[in-house]
Write a protein that binds this ligand. Structure first.
Ligand code: PGA
Length: 249
């Protein structure tokens, strides 16, 4: 794992966006793996700026998102399709038909999951995947479990995740209980991964994920086994790592 530790959220977002920009410039038809949540919003803002300035071009890019809530339509303002349209897709020159988000309204989630993974394979796999990390250690919506889930699949959200995400809804009862998420195979098959994290609330789980045992109880710990992962964390999210592994600085 490589570590980029930044002074604040703004610098974290800029550094993460620079990694994306380098990828897009080096391979204009890259397949990007994208994430939702509050952490990557600044990264997407910066990418939109770079695109507006003419520094990067999304016209040949395709993308696959990690996850979607079950039961929310693409028009629902808390759906992840809506989030992506708002924060990135409508602001860059990506072809909408080349943007993919799992279908949270599919009748048969197993079939939807297998089709999603097959499509990622047809595109040649993901070149660069961005991940956030949940308080539970989830990546995508892969919550702590007895085994690492492999394919894209339906998942019951952890209570901690429902509580964390309730800030975006009118009440906790409105937060969907289930989601469809990419599993570890498509994530771990990505050629390059960056994980972004900010704030003290992520400090313990980030340390555990990067330096604790590799275990499905801490889903992000699987990233220790990937050959090209860069953690881009602000100094608050990195604070426990820096305390326990001062050599990182
Ligand atoms: P956050 O979510 O960026 O809103 O903290 C991260 C995640 O749940 O993956």
């Amino acid at each position: 794992m490589k570590f980029i530790i930044t002074k604040d959220y703004e610098e974290m977002s800029r550094k993460a966006a620079n990694i994306f920009a380098a990828q897009i410039i080096a391979k204009p038809d890259s397949v990007l793996g994208l994430a939702t949540g509050s952490t990557p919003i600044g990264t997407y803002d910066r990418l939109a700026d770079l695109c507006a300035q003419g520094d990067i071009d999304f016209s040949k890019i395709s993308s696959f998102n990690l996850d979607e809530y079950c039961g929310l339509s693409p028009e629902h303002d808390q759906s992840y399709r809506y989030f992506m349209n708002q924060h990135l897709f409508s602001r860059v020159n990506i072809r909408m038909e080349e943007t993919h988000v799992p279908n949270g309204l599919a009748d048969d989630m197993e079939k939807e999951g297998l089709a999603y993974d097959a499509m990622i394979r047809e595109y040649g796999g993901i070149d660069l995947q961005i991940l956030g990390i949940g308080n539970t250690g989830h990546i995508g919506f892969n919550e702590p479990d007895d085994a690492f889930p492999t394919s894209t699949h339906k998942v019951e959200l952890a209570q901690k995740t429902i509580e964390a995400n309730s800030r975006f809804f009118n009440s906790i009862d409105e937060v969907p209980k289930y989601a469809i998420t990419m599993g570890m195979l498509s994530i771990m098959n990505a050629k390059k991964i960056i994980l972004v994290a900010n704030g003290k609330g992520k400090a313990d789980i980030l340390y555990e994920s990067c330096f604790g045992p590799v275990t499905p109880k801490v889903p992000a710990s699987i990233l220790q086994l990937h050959p090209d992962v860069t953690i881009v964390a602000d100094k608050d999210a990195a604070s426990v790592m820096l305390e326990k592994v001062p050599e990182l600085l």
